[in-house]
Design a protein around this ligand. Structure first.
Ligand code: ZN
Ligand code: ZN
Length: 397
């Protein structure tokens, strides 16, 4: 049998186990840094495959190393990453593998990612002798709080790694399609807090006060000019003021108004520029109106930026898996959402791609983080095949 047919039939063989494990994880969701049961299953399975396993990386992360049979000293190492955490959401799906924990749910598909990556570990272990390098399987905790990837990097998970790949199953992207794009894909996400200090007074006597509400309104409107007037039409970014808090009564001008919002960008340069300009604009407008403005911009997650060479490798594997006509490389692959895979991609060149899991016929039609979120599990063998093919191609002798 040809190699390619053998991979397809090997995957067919493990689909029932891959789906059963995903459903088991779905029934037992664990929140950020509490993935003890999940990490235990992952470590147990990796050990059973004969891998070197490290546990307790960034609290509940697990790393497994598969040494290729043809790997010489100095051979390349490819990391493949999955996230393991669930969300504080009460599941409303009526399915027989519904979450058994009130208020916790795998509502982003990370149960699928974990199960897919274990299947890939199985497939690649069976081909260990063909591999001219090593594979590091990285199971990270706490993606949903943007908390797991960065400490894993700090604790050495990327040491000795040359490149990294990973994927997100997407419930809003059609089943059967794979989206892979060079450059930015997921946006950076920073929290903006602006505190305008005016001078309180009587609503009937504004001349004796400095009204922070009027200033807040001016700043809110002016911030949008950073997008419409200072951002290239070809380089998207988002500024949203989502919360305004001020005042206590209809006839009192308050002392303080607070604005909170979100900044999304797709490159480090753009992000840095926007942070600087938000600060200048807010403080400048406040000063011009006799007030002051305290600016706090809390660093969230950086943007996920894909390396052209690794993107090309994944694209080839995706085309072999689903056919060229089912692979997207355009803007449909971008999202203004963020993902802490960005920290791994900052450390080593890599590619983060999406695999379609949307299928209304099976109820997989709700957005991520929705209490009725689900994926079409037929996306999982596709995901496993793209990852495995990319690794085989990367480590072929
Ligand atoms: Zn999520
Ligand atoms: Zn996610």
């Amino acid at each position: 049998m040809a190699d390619i047919d053998r991979l397809k039939s090997d995957i067919d063989e493990i689909v029932p186990d891959m789906v059963a494990l995903r459903r088991d994880l779905h029934e037992h969701p664990e929140l950020a840094f509490e993935e003890v049961r999940t990490a235990g299953i992952v470590a147990g399975r990796l050990r059973a495959l004969g891998l070197d396993v490290q546990t307790g990386v960034a609290k509940t992360g697990v790393v497994g190393i598969l040494k290729g049979g043809k790997a010489q000293p100095g051979a390349k190492t490819l990391a493949i990453r999955a996230d393991m955490d669930a969300l504080p959401i009460h599941e409303l799906n009526e399915i027989d593998y519904r979450s058994t924990v009130d208020g916790k749910m795998h509502a982003c598909g990370h149960d699928g990612h974990t199960s897919v990556l274990l299947a890939v570990a199985d497939l690649l272990s069976k081909r260990r002798e063909e591999l001219n390098g090593n594979v590091k399987f990285v199971f990270q905790p706490a993606e949903e709080v943007i908390g797991g990837a960065e400490p894993m990097v700090k604790e050495g998970a990327m040491e000795g790694v040359d490149n990294i790949i990973g994927l997100h199953l997407f419930s809003n992207y059609p089943l059967g399609r794979v989206g892979v794009r060079s450059g930015p894909t997921f946006a950076s996400a920073d929290k903006i807090v602006l505190k305008i200090h005016g001078k309180g007074g009587h609503a009937a006597m504004p001349d004796g006060a400095v009204d922070p509400i009027v200033i807040a309104a001016h700043i809110t409107t002016a911030l949008q000019t950073l997008i419409s007037r200072e951002t290239s039409p070809f380089s998207p970014a988002v500024i949203t003021i989502a919360r305004i808090e001020a005042g206590s009564a209809f006839n009192i001008i308050p002392e303080v108004a607070e604005l909170q919002g979100s900044l999304r960008a797709y490159s480090a340069e753009h992000r840095t520029k926007m942070v600087r300009r938000i600060t200048e604009l807010a403080q400048g407008i406040a000063a011009a109106m006799n007030a002051s403005c305290e600016v706090d911009i809390f660093d969230g997650c950086p943007a996920c930026v894909n390396d052209p060479t690794m993107t090309e490798a994944v694209r080839r594997a995706a085309e072999s898996t689903v056919g060229a006509e089912a692979v997207d490389t355009g803007e449909e692959v971008m999202t203004a959402g963020s993902d802490d895979m960005a920290y791994f991609l900052q450390t080593v060149p890599g590619c983060y791609f999406i695999v379609g899991a949307h299928n209304p016929e099976k109820g997989a039609r709700y957005p991520h983080h929705h209490p009725r979120f689900n994926v079409d599990e037929d996306s999982m063998p596709i995901a496993a095949e793209v990852l495995t093919r990319t690794a085989l191609d990367y480590l072929k002798s």
